[in-house]
Write a protein that binds this ligand. Structure first.
Ligand code: NCD
Length: 339
C-alpha cells in the first residue's frame, strides 16, 4: 500500500510487504523509542488523540510515540467533553479537527465509526479501536512481538501455532490479529472460547478460505496444547447487551502457572493485549505467571510505542528523515530499572 497520507483503518489494507516495511521502520526507530537517541523530525506537527472509549496504553503510547518524534499532542478523552455530546456528527467533527491537526487517532464504541470519520477528514486518521470491529495498531504490535519471540526460539511466523483464548466474539484485538496472521503460510489457530463467544463467522471463514487450520475448543486445558503462542483476552464486558450476560462469562477461563505447566509445551509464549482483569472473580491471566520468562505482556506494551512511531513516520512521510533530525541527548537521559 501507499502509506503516505493514508488512513489506517483495518489490517485488511496490508500485505506481507507492508508489514515488513512497518517492522523495518520500527526496528530503525528503536533507539529513539528507548531514549538512547533524540529526533525532532515531527517538530511543529500536531496529533489529535480522540478517545471516546476508555484507554490507557493505546492513547498514551500513541501520544508518547508522537512526542518521541518531536511532535505535539492534543487530546479529548470523553464523548461528554466533546461536541459529539451536543449532537455534532462525526462528519463535522472530522472536518473541524482536521483543520487543527496533522494526523488524528480515534477510538469510538461503534463499528465503522472511524472509517466514517476518516471520510470527512483532510488528514490521515488511524483507527485506535472501533467498537468490537478492529484494532489494527494492536495487531501490528502483537505481530511484531510474536516475530521477536518466535525468532528468539529459532522459528518464523509461517507455520505458527497460536491459541486465542477468551471473548473471541467481541475482542477487536483478536479479530485484527487473526486476520493479520492469515497473511502468513500454514497457521494453526486454536480458537478457545465459550460456545456463545466464538469468533464472528466471517472471520472463521476468512481464515479457512486462506487454507489455515482452524480448531475450535470450548475448554481451556484442551485448547492450549501444542501451540507456540497463547494469546489470552479479557471478557469485553462493555460490549454485552446486559451486565448479567457478561457476568456469566467472567472467570470461566483462567490461565495460571499450574495449568500452563500441566498443558503447554515448554517455552510457550504468553501474550495478552491488556488490560488483564485482575479482580478476584475474573483473573483470566493469573499474577502467579508474572515471574514466568515466557510472559511477554510487557514486551508487547513496550513494542506498542515503537510500532506506533513507525506508523506515524510512514503516514507522515518522514521515515527516511528521522536520523537527519537527530539531536544529541543533552537535557535528559532516560533512567529505568531493567525489566
Ligand atoms: C484492547 C482493546 O481496547 O481492544 N486493549 C488495548 O487497546 N490494549 C483489549 C481490551 O480492552 O480488552
Amino acid at each position: 500500500m501507499e502509506f503516505v497520507g493514508a488512513h489506517i483503518l483495518s489490517v485488511g489494507q496490508f500485505d506481507r510487504g507492508d508489514i515488513e516495511r512497518i517492522f523495518s521502520v520500527a526496528d530503525d526507530l528503536r533507539p529513539y523509542a528507548t531514549r538512547r537517541r533524540v529526533t525532532r523530525v515531527l517538530q511543529g506537527a500536531i496529533l489529535s488523540n480522540m478517545f471516546f472509549e476508555p484507554s490507557t496504553r493505546t492513547r498514551i503510547s500513541f501520544g508518547s510515540a508522537f512526542n518521541l518524534l518531536g511532535g505535539e499532542v492534543r487530546e479529548t478523552t470523553e464523548v461528554k467533553a466533546s461536541s459529539l455530546a451536543k449532537g455534532e456528527s462525526l462528519h463535522d467533527t472530522a472536518r473541524v479537527l482536521s483543520g487543527y491537526a496533522d494526523v488524528i487517532v480515534m477510538r469510538h464504541p461503534e463499528t465503522g465509526s472511524v472509517a466514517e470519520f476518516a471520510e470527512a477528514s483532510r488528514v490521515p486518521v488511524i483507527n485506535g479501536g472501533d467498537g468490537p470491529n478492529e484494532h489494527p495498531s494492536q495487531a501490528l504490535l502483537d505481530l511484531y512481538t510474536i516475530k521477536q519471540e518466535i525468532t528468539a526460539r529459532g522459528r518464523g511466523i509461517d507455520n505458527l501455532r497460536i491459541a486465542l483464548v477468551g471473548d473471541l466474539k467481541y475482542g477487536r484485538a483478536v479479530h485484527s490479529l487473526c486476520k493479520l496472521l492469515s497473511l502468513y503460510d500454514d497457521v494453526t489457530y486454536h480458537l478457545v472460547s465459550p460456545p456463545e463467544l466464538e469468533v464472528p463467522p466471517d472471520i472463521d471463514e476468512h481464515l479457512r478460505a486462506r487454507g489455515h487450520v482452524v480448531n475450535t475448543y470450548h475448554d481451556l486445558e484442551t485448547g492450549i496444547h501444542n501451540v507456540d503462542i497463547l494469546y489470552v483476552t479479557r471478557t469485553q464486558e462493555e460490549r454485552f447487551p446486559t451486565q448479567e450476560e457478561a457476568d456469566r462469562y467472567r472467570g470461566l477461563f483462567r490461565l495460571n502457572q499450574h495449568i500452563y505447566t500441566q498443558n503447554c509445551e515448554p517455552n510457550t509464549v504468553i501474550m495478552h493485549p491488556l488490560p488483564r482483569d485482575s479482580r478476584a472473580t475474573a483473573q483470566e491471566l493469573d499474577a502467579d505467571l508474572d515471574q514466568n520468562p515466557n510472559l511477554a505482556i510487557f514486551r508487547q506494551t513496550d513494542n506498542g510505542v515503537i510500532v506506533r512511531m513507525a506508523l506515524f513516520a510512514l503516514v507522515l512521510d518522514v521515515a527516511d528523515q528521522v536520523h537527519d533530525y537527530a539531536q544529541p541527548v543533552t537535557w535528559y537521559t532516560a533512567k529505568r530499572t531493567p525489566g
